[in-house]
Design a protein around this ligand. Structure first.
Ligand SMILES: Nc1ncnc2c1ncn2[C@@H]1O[C@H](COP(=O)(O)OP(=O)(O)OP(=O)(O)O)[C@@H](O)[C@H]1O
Ligand SMILES: [Mg+2]
Length: 246
């Protein structure tokens, strides 16, 4: 389904990802944990097609197609979604306009008829209500002045609308209050299906109480150094990274 193999990436001549590999099967949830600076966000950005990175080796396959050959928008319409660690503010573009343009681009790229404005509004309001996002927020410029938690919920709203096949969530739990964490986790759990997989990057096992991962990986210095089940996250919380970093 989603296979990253031997990915080696540098930024300004410094290797950040070193032969990184992960295989995510259909419907699976993989958690990636790891100390600050181990390359988790870099991995997410390279998969999504952010510039500034030099890919020296490797592949990122989504259903056997190498995403590295595609522009960021094509990666998105093929079914990759990235919820940013730091969502970007776009002054002058309302959240509603942004969501509508993205959804229309997806529908067009996949040969689907675009929704009428009333149908679109209805869909957004439904999905937003599930995430406790009010209409007022959707009318404001994208992420501008949103609280940290509002930005994160807004990322999940985009994900719910775009119906992706592989979702990478980069520290979506950071900055969420207890209720918002539960809402976001419920949002994710509702989207779990046989045809959709998740890579959840997080520092805290707390999120994994709500979103039960099939696998937990520890990433360090640009690669995975340990893989286990959800008990690995519990163990990490207790003893820290020292036992794994040699
Ligand atoms: N554009 C860049 N220019 C220079 N160095 C960079 C750039 N992007 C990333 N790096 C470096 O790459 C390393 C990995 O960064 P990355 O953001 O991927 O880590 P992370 O695992 O997501 O950390 P955190 O847990 O703090 O979010 C860091 O040392 C960072 O300084
Ligand atoms: Mg990061």
């Amino acid at each position: 389904m989603f296979n990253v193999s031997n990915l080696t990436v540098s930024v300004e001549d410094k290797e950040i990802l070193k032969n990184f590999s992960i295989d995510v099967g259909p419907g699976e949830v993989h958690a990636i944990m790891g100390p600050n600076g181990s390359g988790k966000s870099t991995l997410a950005h390279v998969c999504a097609g952010k510039e500034d990175y030099t890919v020296l080796n490797g592949e990122v396959l989504l259903n056997d197609e190498n995403l590295l050959d595609l522009d960021p928008d094509a990666r998105s319409t093929r079914g990759l979604f990235l919820a940013f660690q730091y969502p970007i503010e776009i002054p002058g573009v309302t959240t509603m306009t942004f969501l509508k343009s993205s959804l229309e681009a997806h529908y067009k790229a996949n040969g689907k008829e675009v929704l009428s404005t009333p149908d679109f509004m209805k869909l957004v309001r439904e999905k937003a209500a599930e995430l406790n996002i009010d209409d007022d927020m959707i009318r404001r410029p994208l992420n501008v002045g949103f609280s940290g938690g509002e930005k994160k919920r807004n990322e999940i709203l985009q994900m719910a609308l775009l119906d992706p096949k592989i979702c990478i969530l980069d520290e979506t739990d950071s900055g969420l209050d207890i209720d918002a964490l539960r809402l976001v986790a419920e949002g994710v759990n509702k989207l779990r299906s046989e045809s959709r997989s998740f890579v959840v990057i997080t520092h805290y096992q707390r999120l994994l109480d709500y979103i039960k991962p099939d696998y937990v990986h520890i990433m360090y210095k640009g690669k995975i150094i340990e893989t286990g089940d959800s008990t690995l996250a519990l163990d990490l919380e207790k003893s820290g990274y020292n036992n794994y970093i040699k």
